[in-house]
Design a protein around this ligand. Structure first.
Ligand SMILES: [Fe+2]
Length: 339
């Protein structure tokens, strides 16, 4: 391990930096390694995935602000809990909702992460959901470009990590080129370390560290080396995985279909630090969401969404509609009950 740069955040040593370096595997891991993303087909059967979509629309309707999935005139912020970036929800107890937990527990979802990590003793991120409705006004220009990695640039330095986590989303509706969704820079994961070596890493100034945004002009460096910027398409029940080293963002729908996904990232329970365990326990018990990674820097999401009509915090933001039943299986995956 290289010596620690004084500007680097206090990253825990990551022992699986070479996890995907032992292929070919003959399965989805080969594409994940080469392209930085992959669609794992049918992680959840199509009909069940569509049921989850229904449950999430029901969750939106349950806030009583007038949203009705069958009435496009209600597809606007005034009729909905407060969302960000076209439809991302991470307050309102979404991270601890029964439906979202049921998705995390789906055998096909767990199996993909078991395959990556070689263990079934997993903990899951307790991340959010995105429900993007068609026909809404375009995002303001300042929100349209947010190419980023959910990764500290320093993870490509001191730990020489070629891999950190596979981020994931479970796609719950048909999702084609016009339906909004995940945009990725195909091939960027394999080049990210080189990019930061050549252009430098930002000084760490405290706080959460697994986040880095890029300017549009920086993309030329990746295009010149053969990367492609593309929209990932999927069917209901597909699990889209991308390396945390892959540059990505999302975009809202241009067509007539809704986009419904939940974010899932699972990894070995043994990688949780004591800080991770404390953050996760509080989120689990108090109904908060967590960040994308289940270990090594998990943070609790405590945003207070402001309602446009009042200029005040939405009084419902801590409402918890259908809290998960805390079974042993849930508690193990939450990281609050040891395996
Ligand atoms: Fe992200």
């Amino acid at each position: 391990m290289a010596s620690i740069d004084p500007h680097a955040p206090p990253l825990p040593h990551f022992p699986h930096a070479d996890l995907l370096d032992h292929g070919p595997y003959g399965d989805f891991r080969d594409a994940l390694k080469k392209d930085g993303y992959v669609v794992v087909k049918g992680a959840i059967p199509r009909e069940r995935a569509l049921e989850y979509r229904d449950r999430l629309h029901g969750w939106l309707e349950s806030f009583g602000r007038g949203y009705n999935r069958n009435d496009p005139s209600t597809f606007s912020q005034a009729h909905l809990p407060v969302y960000s970036r076209g439809g991302m929800y991470n307050s309102y107890g979404i991270g601890q909702e029964q439906a979202v937990w049921d998705i995390r527990l789906e055998p096909g979802v767990r199996k993909a992460f078991e395959t990556i990590w070689g263990t079934d003793k997993l903990v899951s991120s307790m991340d959010s959901a995105t429900i993007m409705l068609p026909g809404q006004p375009p995002l303001p220009p300042s929100l349209r470009q947010w190419k980023h990695v959910d990764l500290s640039p320093w993870r490509t330095a001191n730990n020489a990590a070629n891999f950190f986590v596979a981020q994931g989303l479970v796609n719950l509706n048909d999702n084609g080129p016009d339906d909004g969704g995940l945009l990725v820079m195909k091939g960027s994961s394999e080049l990210l370390k080189q990019y930061f070596e050549e252009t430098g890493r930002p000084k760490y100034e405290g706080g959460k560290y697994d986040w880095h945004t890029f300017e549009e002009e920086e993309m030329d460096w990746f295009f010149e080396r053969g990367c492609e910027w593309l929209k990932v398409c999927a069917e209901p029940g597909d699990l889209i995985l991308w390396s945390s080293h892959t540059i990505h963002q999302n975009c809202p729908p241009r067509g007539s279909r809704d986009r419904v996904v939940t974010y899932v990232c699972q990894g070995p329970a043994e990688l949780m630090t004591e800080e991770d365990k404390a953050v996760r326990k509080r989120a689990f018990e108090e109904g908060y969401s967590t960040s994308h990674a289940p270990f090594h820097g998990t943070w609790l999401v405590d945003r207070q969404p402001i309602r446009e009509e009042t200029g005040k915090v939405d009084p419902d933001y801590r409402t918890h509609k259908n809290p998960v039943e805390k079974t042993d299986a849930v508690k193990r995956l939450a990281g609050v009950l040891p395996y």
